[in-house]
Structure formats: structure tokens, C-alpha cells
Design a protein around this ligand. Structure first.
Ligand code: NAD
Ligand code: TYD
Length: 357
């Protein structure tokens, strides 16, 4: 079996569903169920013996030792993290704890387990660390996209904590020989995305007739990838990636934030017209994010060359599927906008002033 951490979060739950749709190897899913973890995402696996869920923290060393000893996973796929830049600005401590200390604890537990293995099992073991393109910092408009050798220049507490975890993973390979692979992926979107990130936030706010907050001038650029394409890339890297290597994963899909928001509004105008007028009327420019990275773009040629991976979705097909998923899953959307979610919205948006434009 494989051990997946953070498998109740956005990408992790998509990965677990994707994994069990593509094969029968069981998944041991370790997740602390923070505000971002949601077992509803995995409801379709209820009663499926191939999925074993453990409610626990990756910082809990005793738990990790017990899980490795009992289940003897052949690989770890490490998604668990604090993942939202704005939350990292308001409270960086949780990011250092989970992303740095948690990754350290997991590496140590994996190393202890790997040291008990021999021969083929030892050589075949993998620790796949799932990371982000944000570790590379921000690009200028004419800069080449991030390659795997781009210098690390993290700018937010989130990206700094992920960069730190990438460095630990690299060192555990170099020093101890642990067979690790790291993937650095661009912005994901798709089903089960918690509505604190741009795309799901805009969809749920537009459906509720609430303002669509655009930070700064709306011209920051992200490279968007449909989440199931990220899942297939992780499977490719886990299966055939070379130990010690990193692979950048991206959608060749650079878009400004304002383009993204206008596209979502146009889709909602088509699929769920609002008698009050186009959803674009709700667009509201607000105070920028401190230290806001201007542009991310991924050069995904290495994973294509070495592993034959390319995204299956275009942005047009992926965003249409995503909007449709939110329209069809109103109960999920209602449930995640609980009291704690409303507290976050107040923390992040109440102090932001509407910018005159
Ligand atoms: P998410 O915030 O939706 O999910 C994180 C999951 O980790 C949640 O289920 C949460 O309960 C769990 N978790 C948090 N702290 C934990 C702890 N201490 N112990 C155990 N579980 C814990 O995040 P996501 O968007 O699914 O991202 C998953 C991974 O992919 C992260 O490592 C992130 O850095 C990386 N990534 C995300 C994106 C993106 O666009 N979302 C892009 C590139 C890389
Ligand atoms: P986000 O989805 O938080 O991902 P990340 O910061 O990790 O790239 O944000 C994507 C872009 O959208 C980023 O440039 C910030 C911007 N943004 C807004 O303009 N308004 C919002 O309310 C949010 C959450 C993000």
C-alpha cells in the first residue's frame, strides 16, 4: 500500500480518488482534518476496504512509527500542509509547524522504516514530496518560466515553509540516501477546492451575489492546472521519476487574475444566469496582498521529456468542469461555508478597503 498524507484536502482527496480509480493498491490516508480537510470529499469510498483513513497529525512521531510498522507502505505521497498564502500572512506559526516540522517528522519516520527494508524493497521505496512553484519566487513579465534549476526565492511565509521542506527532503536523499522525488506544481483548480482560494471563492461568492474581491490591479499571473492533471503527474513521478530529482508540473496556462474572474463570470452567466445582471458586476478591486508575487509560470518540459506527461485538460475544458461541479454540489459548498469559514472571510476581507478605480 501507499501512505498518503493530507488525503482529505483538496489535491490529496482528488489524488486518493484518482489512485483508486486507476488501480487497486490500497491507500493509508493520514490527515489531521484541519479546516481544510474534509471527509465528505471521500464519501464515495465509504465501505471501500482499499481506503484506510487515520485521523492524525504528521508531527506525531509515535503515531508515524506505529503506522509505518503496522502497514509497511512501499511509498509515501506527502500532500499534508498548510497551503493558503493569506492565512500564512495572518498566522505563520502553523505553516512552520506542519510544513517544516511535520515534513521533518515524516522524513525521519520514513527513513527509520526504509532502514528496515532490504534488497529490491529498499531500492523501490519512494518518498514523494508534493511542493509548489511558489518556492521559486516571482517572475518579471519577460522572464523565462521556472525550470527545475531556478534559484529558490520564496517570498511568503507559505512559500518559505514549503522551500524549507523541499530542502529537508533534498538533504535526506543526499545525506541518508532516502529515495525521494519532489514535484513543484503550479496553481491547481477543480472539484473539492476550499473556497478560500481564488477560483472557488469567486464561484461561491458569485452564486451568492457577494463581491468578487480582486487584489491590487488584478494583473498578477498564475499558471493554472486542472487538479486531476496534477494527480496523473504525481502518479507518473512516483512511478518512474528518478530518485533525488525534482519535476516541475504545470498547465502551460498563464492567466491574469482578472481574466480568470471574467471567465468564471461568463460561464456562470451561461449556466446560471442571474436576473440582476452579469456576475461581472460583482467584481470589486480591493487592497493588495502584502508581498504579492507578480507572476508564476512553469516550464514543464522535463516531466514531458522524461516521463511522457502532459496535461489532458485545457483551461477552457477544466474551468467549465469546475464551475459545473460547484453548481451540482451545492450541499458540499453550503457545508464548507461554516462558522469557521465565516470567521476567516471576516479576518481576511473586512480590513481590505475597496479601491477606487
Ligand atoms: P489543502 O490545504 O486543501 O489540504 C491540506 C490537507 O492537509 C488537509 O486535508 C489538512 O487537514 C491536512 N493537514 C494539514 N496539517 C496537517 C498535519 N499537521 N497533519 C496531517 N494532516 C494535515 O491543500 P492542497 O491545496 O490540497 O495542497 C496539497 C499539497 O499540494 C500541499 O503540500 C501544497 O503545498 C501543495 N500544492 C498545492 C497547490 C494548490 O494550488 N493548491 C499547488 C502546488 C502544490
Ligand atoms: P490563491 O488562489 O490564494 O493562490 P496563490 O496565492 O497560492 O497563487 O490566489 C491566486 C491569485 O488570486 C493570487 O494572485 C492572489 C489573487 N486573489 C485575489 O485577487 N483575491 C482573492 O480573494 C484571493 C483569495 C486571491
Amino acid at each position: 500500500m501507499i501512505l498518503v498524507t493530507g488525503g482529505a484536502g483538496f489535491i490529496g482527496s482528488n489524488f486518493v480518488l484518482d489512485w483508486l480509480e486507476s488501480g487497486d493498491e490500497p491507500v493509508l490516508n493520514l490527515d489531521a482534518l484541519t479546516y481544510a480537510g474534509n471527509l465528505r470529499n471521500l464519501e464515495s469510498l465509504r465501505g471501500d476496504a482499499r481506503h484506510v483513513f487515520v485521523h492524525g497529525d504528521i508531527c506525531d512521531r509515535a503515531l508515524l512509527a506505529r503506522l509505518f510498522a503496522e502497514h509497511r507502505p512501499r511509498a509515501v505521497v506527502h500532500f499534508a500542509a498548510e497551503s493558503h498564502v493569506d492565512r500564512s500572512i495572518h498566522g505563520p506559526g502553523a505553516f512552520v509547524r506542519t510544513n517544516v516540522e511535520g515534513t521533518f517528522a515524516l522524513l525521519e519516520a520514513a527513513r527509520a522504516h526504509w532502514n528496515t527494508l532490504e534488497g529490491e524493497a529498499k531500492a523501490a521505496f519512494r518518498f514523494h514530496h508534493v511542493s509548489t512553484d511558489e518556492v521559486y519566487g516571482s517572475l518579471g513579465p519577460a522572464d523565462a518560466p521556472f525550470s527545475e534549476t531556478h534559484p529558490y526565492q520564496p517570498n511568503s511565509p507559505y512559500s518559505a515553509s514549503k522551500a524549507a521542506s523541499d530542502h529537508l527532503v533534498r538533504a535526506w536523499h543526499h545525506t541518508y540516501g532516502l529515495p525521494v522525488v519532489t514535484s513543484n506544481c503550479s496553481n491547481n483548480y477543480g472539484p473539492y477546492h476550499f473556497p478560500e482560494k481564488l477560483i472557488p471563492l469567486v464561484i461561491v461568492n458569485a452564486l451568492a451575489g457577494r463581491p468578487l474581491p480582486i487584489y491590487g490591479d488584478g494583473l498578477n499571473v498564475r499558471d493554472w492546472l486542472y487538479v486531476r492533471d496534477h494527480c496523473s503527474a504525481v502518479r507518473a513521478v512516483l512511478g518512474c521519476g528518478r530518485p533525488g530529482e525534482t519535476y516541475n508540473i504545470g498547465g502551460w496556462n498563464e492567466k491574469t487574475n482578472i481574466e480568470i474572474v471574467r471567465t468564471i463570470c461568463a460561464l456562470l452567466d451561461e449556466l446560471r444566469p442571474d436576473p440582476a445582471g452579469s456576475h461581472a458586476r460583482l467584481i470589486t478591486f480591493v487592497t493588495d496582498r502584502p508581498g504579492h508575487d507578480r507572476r508564476y509560470a512553469i516550464d514543464a518540459r522535463k516531466i514531458e521529456r522524461e516521463l511522457g506527461w502532459r496535461p489532458a485538460e485545457t483551461f477552457d475544458s477544466g474551468i467549465r468542469k469546475t464551475v459545473q461541479w460547484y453548481l451540482e454540489n451545492a450541499a458540499w459548498v453550503a457545508e464548507v461555508q461554516s462558522g469557521a469559514y465565516r470567521d476567516w472571510v471576516a479576518t481576511n476581507y473586512d480590513a481590505r478597503r475597496e479601491a477606487a478605480r
